[in-house]
Every structure is written in structure tokens, then in C-alpha cells.
Design a protein around this ligand. Structure first.
Ligand SMILES: Nc1ncnc2c1ncn2[C@@H]1O[C@H](COP(=O)(O)OP(=O)(O)O)[C@@H](O)[C@H]1O
Ligand SMILES: [Mg+2]
Length: 226
């Protein structure tokens, strides 16, 4: 199978005033469609920086990020935001739901931004996604009325809004207990079986062990990839 994500000679230098920090020092990585991959490594090693280059949240200093044949490092900002909305679903450690919106409204939000379909159609798809993650009976709950695991399920339903090929998680279970983490993995596995590429950063050995491949980052380098 051909590579869905191709990263070549990727470098990222953060500049803070006159100080430069080399967060990524020449990363080469490829991901095939339908892979399930964990990224591991100590705090500050550059894991989130790699994810931010894949999602286009931030731009590389040097190197290539090509996804489904698109050079996202070269896309202008407006096109990049649109591309991301359609192609990538992102899940964060602290869920990042809107506290004043219900589960359903949170799950609809990316569709609202992308102007996909009628309101009725968007609502139907959001309900379908919330049902898929096991929250069909909590559509009208606010985040504060949901457990941590349930909030992360809403975030996953939201990530599925525009049916992206790729789901990225930055420590998606970092704020959950081990039992909820295992349930979250089952959900990611289910999405993976439906053909989605899943890439997550984790500090959990249990979660890393469940992936089909582990990439270890140390000090801005890939030191292991098996
Ligand atoms: N916006 C930024 N400005 C300056 N330095 C940053 C910025 N973001 C991250 N860094 C630094 O880059 C390094 C890698 O960060 P990060 O990718 O977040 O690490 P990880 O996710 O592996 O913990 C860290 O030393 C961090 O302090
Ligand atoms: Mg991080």
C-alpha cells in the first residue's frame, strides 16, 4: 500500500525572542492508510510538535509534509484550515469541548464551520456519530454533565464530523483512568477497522502496547520505529 502521510527531513525551530530551540531535528516518517500507530517519548521530546505538523496546526521550519498527495507545508492558511477540517480529526488530552454547548451541538460544530449539508442533515450525522461512540442517550447533556470518558467520546464524535480519513490524538487518554483508557482504545480500534488511520501520542505503556506500531521520539529525533 502506498504512503498516506509522508514526512521528510522535517525540522522545527521555535524562536522565542533571540533564543532558538530545535524541537525537531530531521524527522523522516511514513504512515500508510489504515495504520494504528502510537508515538511515545519523554516530555518535551517533540511529540506534539510532530502532530502539529501533520495537522497543519503549525508549520515546519524545513522539510516536507505530504498527506494524500497534498503538500500541506505549502498550503496557504485559508486552504489549510479547510483541508484540515475535511481530512483530519483531532482529539486532545483536555477534550476542549465548548462548556455551554450540548454534546450534540459540540459534535455538530465542525460541520457548521464547513457548511456541510442542511441543518437537519448535520444534526442527523452528529447523532449518528454520537451513537457510534456510545452516547446516543446523552445528546442534550452539557460537558459538565458528562464523565471524563464521555466527554472524550464527544470529542471523538466531533473529530468524526466531516468523516476524515485520519484521526490524530495528542495524549487522548492522558486525563482518563486506565479502565476508561481501555474503552477509549476499543473505540479507536473500531474506527481503525472502518479504515481510518489512527495516530496517537501517549505516555501510557498499556496504550502504546496496543498500537500496531510504535514510534519513539527522543530530543527531536526518531530513535525507534517498529
Ligand atoms: N511554541 C513554542 N515556542 C517555543 N518552544 C516550544 C513551543 N512549543 C514547544 N516548544 C518546545 O519544543 C519542545 C518540544 O515540545 P513538544 O513537541 O510540545 O513536546 P512533547 O509533546 O514531546 O512533550 C519542548 O522543549 C518545548 O518546550
Ligand atoms: Mg505534548
Amino acid at each position: 500500500m502506498s504512503n498516506q502521510i509522508q514526512i521528510q527531513q522535517l525540522e522545527k525551530v521555535y524562536r522565542t525572542g533571540k533564543l532558538e530551540f530545535h524541537a525537531l531535528k530531521g524527522i523522516d516518517l511514513t504512515f500508510k492508510k489504515g495504520e494504528l500507530v502510537a508515538i511515545v517519548g519523554p516530555s518535551g521530546s517533540g511529540k506534539s510538535t510532530i502532530l502539529n505538523m501533520i495537522t497543519g496546526i503549525d508549520r515546519p521550519t524545513k522539510g516536507i509534509v505530504s498527506i494524500n498527495g497534498v503538500r500541506i507545508d505549502k498550503l496557504p492558511e485559508d486552504k489549510l484550515a479547510k483541508w484540515r477540517g475535511k481530512n483530519i480529526g483531532i482529539v486532545f488530552q483536555f477534550f476542549q469541548l465548548f462548556p455551554t454547548l450540548t454534546a450534540l451541538e459540540n459534535a455538530m460544530l465542525p460541520m457548521d464551520f464547513a457548511h456541510h449539508g442542511s441543518y437537519k442533515e448535520r444534526r442527523r450525522k452528529a447523532i449518528e456519530n454520537l451513537t457510534l461512540v456510545g452516547l446516543g442517550d446523552k445528546l442534550n447533556n452539557l460537558p459538565s454533565e458528562l464523565s471524563g470518558g464521555e466527554q472524550q467520546r464527544v470529542a471523538i464524535a466531533r473529530a468524526l464530523a466531516n468523516d476524515p480519513d485520519i484521526i490524530i490524538g495528542d495524549e487522548p487518554t492522558g486525563n482518563l483512568d486506565s479502565k476508561t483508557e481501555a474503552q477509549m482504545f476499543e473505540l479507536l480500534k473500531k474506527l481503525n477497522k472502518r479504515g481510518k488511520t489512527i495516530i496517537y501520542v501517549t505516555h501510557s505503556q498499556a496504550l502504546a502496547a496496543k498500537a500496531n506500531r510504535r514510534i519513539m521520539i527522543l530530543d527531536g529525533h526518531v530513535v525507534n520505529n517498529t
